[in-house]
Design a protein around this ligand. Structure first.
Ligand code: CO
Ligand code: CO
Length: 317
């Protein structure tokens, strides 16, 4: 799309920005985002919860506070019971209430394939917002949720896992990034993005490009949901994750003779639904961040470091 020249559209040059930031006063900007997708769970209430946690995440990633939301729902009215649609919306509402977000409207479409999500309006102080472009060499990279939701959802669809075995992952996806966001704002993070469809590798690479830096990731420090590596070894990986890997391979620096490491690369690229925040934090503030995350009931996994270069490249070891 052509770029805008509206000076109040603060992040108009960041093509991969999580949300649009629009200044309405010196110390106040709107944070606007929209996200919706097809069901990741057979349980309509849980699907609603996950879709809302995911849609709010882009506001949390900039350190903003979501205020209002509108439902977007597509549903095959004559093929599935309307109770399912109600359960999706109720699940979504439960998460909005947990997040203190006011539902102010919405729109529905009769559609052969169900889809649900939100358009969200939040606020942030533009002088204090956190973007993807502030990562500095020497920073630590902290991830707030495990990886592998794409793999687990694929394994569940193929009936390689029972819903019980996948429940930890589903609870993870339904978890709001609100607490993690408050923690990183208090600790003074240098940069942040949320991990979603492009996987850890894709969202990290965007951050590195806009921060003009590189990174190092330690494969064995990657947090994974239960059963993820086992399912990945069996090839239960969604097409989107392989496509991510194919696309971002050019940005990875990895020992090609280490076949074990090569096989694990897909974990870095797994497309995440409602993934965690990826936070870049200076070494002096790392301990405070981990303490703040703990206080908020959130996880914090140190997965790597930001380096001065090569710019936009991720070294894996
Ligand atoms: Co995002
Ligand atoms: Co998004």
């Amino acid at each position: 799309m052509p770029s805008s020249d509206d000076p109040n559209f603060i992040n108009r040059d960041q093509h991969f920005a999580d949300a649009g930031i629009y200044r309405i006063a010196d110390d106040l900007a709107l944070v606007q985002t929209v996200d919706y997708f097809t069901p990741v769970s057979d349980d309509p209430y849980l699907f609603g919860q996950i879709a809302v946690a995911n849609a709010l995440s882009d506001v949390y990633a900039v350190g903003g506070k979501p205020l209002t939301a509108m439902n977007i729902i597509c549903f095959p009215c004559h093929k599935l019971p309307l109770e399912d649609m109600e359960a999706i919306l109720q699940g979504g509402l439960s998460k909005m209430q947990e997040a203190n977000v006011t539902l102010v409207g919405g729109h529905s479409v009769d559609d052969p394939e169900p889809k649900y999500g939100l358009s969200v309006t939040g606020v942030v102080n533009p002088q204090k917002m956190i973007t993807g472009s502030g990562a500095k060499p020497g920073d630590y990279l902290v991830l707030t949720k495990p990886l592998g939701t794409g793999i687990i959802v694929t394994a569940l669809k193929g009936e390689f896992l029972s819903p019980q075995e996948a429940s930890e992952t589903f609870q993870g996806m339904a978890k709001l990034n609100a607490g993690a966001s408050r923690a990183m704002v208090r600790a003074g993070a240098s940069a942040c993005t949320d991990v979603s469809g492009f996987g850890l590798v894709g969202h990290l690479q965007e951050m590195l490009i806009s921060s003009k830096a590189g990174a190092r990731i330690k494969m064995k420090n990657l947090p994974l949901y239960r059963r993820v590596s086992e399912m990945a070894e069996q090839g239960l990986v969604p097409g989107g994750s392989y496509r991510n890997l194919e696309y971002y391979k050019k940005d990875l620096i990895v020992n090609t003779e280490d076949s074990e490491l090569q096989e694990q690369l897909v974990l870095l690229a797994d497309a995440q639904t409602s993934g965690g925040l990826l936070i870049s934090i200076s070494p002096a503030r790392l301990e405070q961040l981990l303490a703040e995350l703990h206080k908020e009931g959130s996880q914090g996994y140190v997965v790597g470091e930001v380096t001065s270069g090569p710019k936009g490249k991720i070294t894996i070891n």
